[in-house]
Design a protein around this ligand. Structure first.
Ligand SMILES: [Zn+2]
Length: 264
């Protein structure tokens, strides 16, 4: 079931409807599901939120392809969030002849290029390549950027020790955590109406939230705003004892309406 909201900003005159959809909701170890990646579908284009190794199949399952993607925002540098960038880089440059915008928090740049993609993309026809040879790299300033009439604010979260990781809020309405442990000091003060939050069912994950730690860390009111994502395959097969504490489990392909306000 979709949810809609109209953001009222006086100086902007044209409204268009956009949609947010989860392309995948599964844990990185899943054998059945797609990586936890999202998609903002605006009139101006489609923004991928993360681009994991299952991205081509995930897009195909929604009758979409790389040709439908105009931009990517990366939350952090783990394979289920960035390994699809290699294919996207090659196909957008050499098959589709298009430039895709890559929105990147500056702290992620070295990890993404020097330590991850460069080994594969760094040489083409004997010539050294840069990340900018494949993408229009836009380094995010002041934790905010605009896409398709939407205001997107990034939020530094608490994932793997020593690795930068971010979530984001779209239009102060929809929160997307990326991978993170509970972040009550941030979420209890963040303005949003509906959220998607990392939640494994493993009891002692050092890098992910799980249902117990969420319930113990967040207020009941906050938990009730959250759909859980990044869950293991087993969640679908067993009674989910904590579902009543949250808004529900995020589902692949479920769409949420957003209203974009754009200047003509
Ligand atoms: Zn991760």
């Amino acid at each position: 079931m979709g949810i809609s909201k109209v953001i009222q900003v006086q100086s902007i005159v044209t409204e268009t409807t956009s949609q947010f959809m989860m392309l995948g909701v599964s844990h990185s170890g899943s054998v059945h599901g797609y990586n936890t990646n999202g998609l903002l579908q605006a009139k101006a284009g489609n923004l991928l939120i993360d681009c994991g190794y299952t991205i081509k199949a995930a897009l195909h399952s929604q009758q979409l392809s790389f040709d439908d993607i105009s931009a990517v925002f990366i939350t952090h540098v783990h394979g289920d969030h960035v390994f699809g960038l290699e294919r996207l880089a090659f196909e957008s440059r050499f098959l589709l002849n298009k430039r895709i915008s890559l929105y990147l928090e500056p702290k992620l740049y070295r990890e993404l290029w020097d330590q991850t993609l460069r080994g594969s993309l760094g040489i083409v026809n004997g010539e050294p390549q840069s990340l900018e040879d494949f993408f229009d790299v836009i380094l995010i300033e002041d934790n905010a950027f605009e896409f398709g009439g939407h205001q997107i604010n990034t939020v530094e979260v608490d994932h793997a020790r020593g690795k930068p990781a971010y979530g984001c809020v779209i239009d102060n309405y929809l929160f997307y955590s990326g991978d993170t442990r509970p972040i009550p000091h941030i979420l209890e003060n963040l303005e949003f109406e509906v959220g998607f939050h990392d939640a494994t069912i493993i009891e002692s994950s050092p890098v992910h939230a799980n249902t117990h730690t969420l319930i113990n860390s967040y207020s009941p009111e906050l938990c009730k705003k959250l759909y859980l994502m990044s869950y293991e395959d087993e969640v679908e097969d067993r009674a989910f004892a904590y579902s009543e504490s949250f808004k529900g489990l995020a589902k692949v392909g479920e769409r949420f309406e957003l209203t974009a306000l754009v200047t003509p």
